[in-house]
Write a protein that binds this ligand. Sequence first.
Ligand code: ATP
Ligand code: MG
Length: 361
Amino acid sequence: MAKIILTGDRPTGRLHVGHYVGSLRRRVELQNSGEYDKIYIMIADAQALTDNADNPDKIRENIVEVALDYMSAGLDPTKSTIFIQSMIPELTELTFYYANLVTTARLERNPTIKSELQMRGFGGSIPVGFYTYPISQASDITAFKATTVPAGEDQMPMVEQTQEIVQRFNYIYGETLVTPHILLPDNKACLRLPGIDGKAKMSKSLGNCIYLSEDPNEMKKKVMSMFTDPNHIKIEDPGSLEGNTVFTYLDAFCRDEHFAEFLPEYNNLDELKEHYTKGGLGDVKVKKLLNNVLQAELEPIRAKRAELQKDIPYVYDVLKKGSEVAREVAASTLDEVKAAMKINYFDDDALIRASIEKYSK
Ligand code: ATP
Ligand code: MG
């Protein structure tokens, strides 16, 4: 069976380092591994509108930002199809049919939806579109017959919901859809990178982000203001690593070679952690290391972005061409789905013949 990737992001803002470690970095590695037959990367504007219906400009403006982030991080339009969700109306049609296979009770149990509802403060006024976006995500994944969805931990319930829809669809209508699997980051710190406030996960909607395209000075300011261990007051105090955001980021980004370059008194992160927990290591020194590591990691991305920003029409052209390719693929899956569901009335000769026979007696 073909190995196919589908994944994407909501254009609710520029991409941040949580996206990078949670999904984007992995996508680029998978793309360059040559192990996948097809890679589809979707800018999920229709999904973003489910909780931003009153702010279409935000979504519209961020499409090109996300595309710039993708390509500057290494997604290559000659190897991966980058497209815009709303340009593929077949996805909406699939969602309508899949909605019949899911109960409201099942949607209510989705833990990511639960926490997102709380975060967005909808109260009792939950938009139906938001509530049902896991169904639309099943359409996105299955339309491309994706086998693999590289994503952060928050996407697990979405992929599980998709698996259930596939199972139920294939059971009722015959083997048609492909069951996808999530590909989580190997590194625990990357599953759900916290925001710089240390509270919730880093999220565009919460404003606790370090952006991939962050200006170097701004990034340094953010790192120096980051949440650490509130009880680590004097340098001599033993520090705790638990819930210490600076160390979580180091876990996500730091490699041994960074120590040789930026902090040669230590060989690796384990040694630094040991010193911190014993006492005698100040937060400022650790934050400076993190800033250096992040700057080194993000500098090539920033430079590539500066190049791409000079040719915005090219970026839109990539999205347009990608959307055309994606649409053909989704349309072909929709045809199969409708045939399986017996809603292909006009190209079913047997159906027409049976009707003729019925009335010719
Ligand atoms: P929004 O607040 O609009 O939902 P978001 O920051 O949660 O935005 P999404 O576009 O919803 O970003 O997520 C895109 C991808 O990035 C998903 O695969 C998600 O798992 C991953 N991701 C997002 N935030 C993080 C994070 N903090 N840590 C790890 N992965 C993340
Ligand atoms: Mg999200």
